[in-house]
Design a protein around this ligand. Structure first.
Ligand code: AMP
Length: 449
């Protein structure tokens, strides 16, 4: 099945060809005809599945008929980056249609947004806070909205936007088409869906599992060796563009600086940056000025960089959903990607939870030649987590450089080993798997500085 079958307006069809889209993704196959029929949709899909075009294309098609110069479509998204990305899709697919889209979010001057709204637009892509400001000041009229899209609803919920969404809904006509997209379905989102969708069609792809094109691996390592191991990994892995996640803004900033010092073209993206600097970091990552972007979860939401070859979790995420989200940044739209996660002994429980969600054990890898034996500095830098309880089971004599019987809290399994197929990660049993061959990395070393 190809895009022609949807019979989009000729201008839109030409833009689809121009974008190089030939075959619709599964979510597009399911959602486009449903949205075109005017039905409400509950879309269970994560980023990377093609969900933006799944709603943007039929919405543009609908807007070709009917009045111009008033807000007929409202898209609400959790982050500025995602809002920009959706807006860009509307602009690209809406070329030669004279339909206009504007983004509305905080952290930037409100006047250009107000001016654009005054000039007349059909599509508004907004983050909740600034949209409510505009509503409060009476500079946006939402009484003619025909289609509402709530994108990444679970993220909006995580970020505490649910009350804002409810306030926004009060300003919209009751009779409208509503499309709700979410990667996961926590109870609050289910309840929201029941409240705001009328006889919805549920479209679902991937069973909310990460893209199949991503290969995952865990790199067990002690906290104080993470940066050294990361540098080793980067040096020996054929990476194009790498998105690295840290747990805190501070760690993102520090790591970005360390990578720069090591000679990489790296930038960090964290909430403390001004909007201009965030945009510069993102643009630089997109156009290849930066090969590496270090970010926190919040800062990275909505990043769509289709060429990301590797996602590296410098710190493991707090929830399995966040893991799926993070690694959804690579392997997008059937491109293959790699997701590496550095894990310490305190991450054992989270690793288990993630493996449970994925339904499969994750491969443990060690890096040959890397000295896992370097002791922690006496005064562990600010970077490290608080000191851990001493682990009685660890004996310095067990440590062998570059082998599976290293200091690693996890036993690295080779693919197909018993432990791997049993679904159980081997945790904290040094010496128990002597002879198991950990997968090592030794790819071509294109450093790409
Ligand atoms: P999304 O899930 O909307 O963030 O899309 C992920 C990436 O897939 C974006 O870079 C899109 O441009 C790309 N994409 C979406 N649909 C298609 C398609 N049918 N063919 C090729 N690329 C696509």
């Amino acid at each position: 099945m190809e895009f022609q079958k949807f019979n989009f307006h000729p201008a839109i069809a030409a833009n689809i060809r121009e974008a190089g889209y030939v075959t619709p993704t599964p979510i597009q196959l399911q959602a486009i005809p449903t949205v075109m029929q005017g039905r409400d949709v509950m879309g269970l899909a994560q980023t990377g599945t093609g969900k933006t075009a799944a709603f943007a294309l039929p919405i543009l098609h609908r807007l070709m008929d009917g009045p111009r110069g008033r807000v007929r479509v409202l898209v609400v998204a959790p982050t500025r980056e995602l809002a920009e990305q959706i807006h860009e899709s509307f602009v690209a697919f809406g070329r030669q249609t004279r339909l206009k889209s504007v983004t509305v979010y905080g952290g930037v001057n409100a006047n250009p947004q107000i001016q654009a709204l005054k000039n007349g637009v059909e599509i508004v892509v907004a983050c909740p806070g600034r949209l409510l400001d505009h509503i409060g000041q009476g500079v946006i009229d939402l009484s003619h909205v025909e289609v509402l899209v709530l994108d990444e609803a679970d993220q909006m919920f995580d970020m505490g936007f649910l009350p804002d969404i409810k306030r926004i809904l009060k300003n919209l006509p009751i009779k409208r088409q509503t499309l709700l997209f979410s990667a996961t379905m926590p109870p609050d989102i289910k309840k929201l869906a029941q409240d705001i969708l009328t006889d919805p069609v549920t479209v679902q792809v991937g069973n909310t599992a990460p893209p199949v094109t991503v290969s995952h691996a865990l790199y067990p390592v002690e906290q104080h060796l993470k940066t050294a191991l990361l540098l080793e990994l980067l040096q020996h892995t054929d990476t194009e563009s790498v998105l690295i996640f840290t747990r805190t803004k501070y760690r993102a900033k520090r790591l970005g600086e360390q990578l720069e010092k090591a000679g990489y073209k790296a930038a960090s993206l964290q909430g403390n940056l001004s909007q201009n600097r965030r945009q510069a970091a993102l643009d630089g990552f997109r156009d290849g000025t930066y090969q590496i972007l270090v970010a926190t979860d919040i800062a990275a939401r909505g990043i769509d960089v289709s060429l990301i070859s590797h996602v590296i979790n410098y710190d493991i995420p707090d929830t399995p959903e966040a893991y799926v989200h993070r690694i959804g940044r690579t392997g997008r739209a059937a491109k293959s990607g790699d997701a590496f996660t550095m894990v310490c002994s305190e991450d054992t429980l989270m690793v288990r939870t993630i493996e449970k969600k994925l339904g499969a054990p994750l491969e443990r890898r060690t890096v040959t030649g890397f000295d896992y034996n370097v002791p922690a500095p006496k005064k562990d830098a600010e970077f490290a987590r608080p000191p851990r309880e001493p682990r009685a089971i660890r004996k310095p004599t067990d440590i062998k450089k570059g082998t599976s019987t290293s200091i690693n809290p996890f036993k690295p399994d080779h693919a197909g080993s018993k432990a791997a197929s049993s679904g159980r990660p081997q945790v904290g049993r040094p010496g128990a798997a002597a002879g198991s061959a950990p997968k090592t990395i030794f790819n071509s070393s294109r450093r790409g500085k």
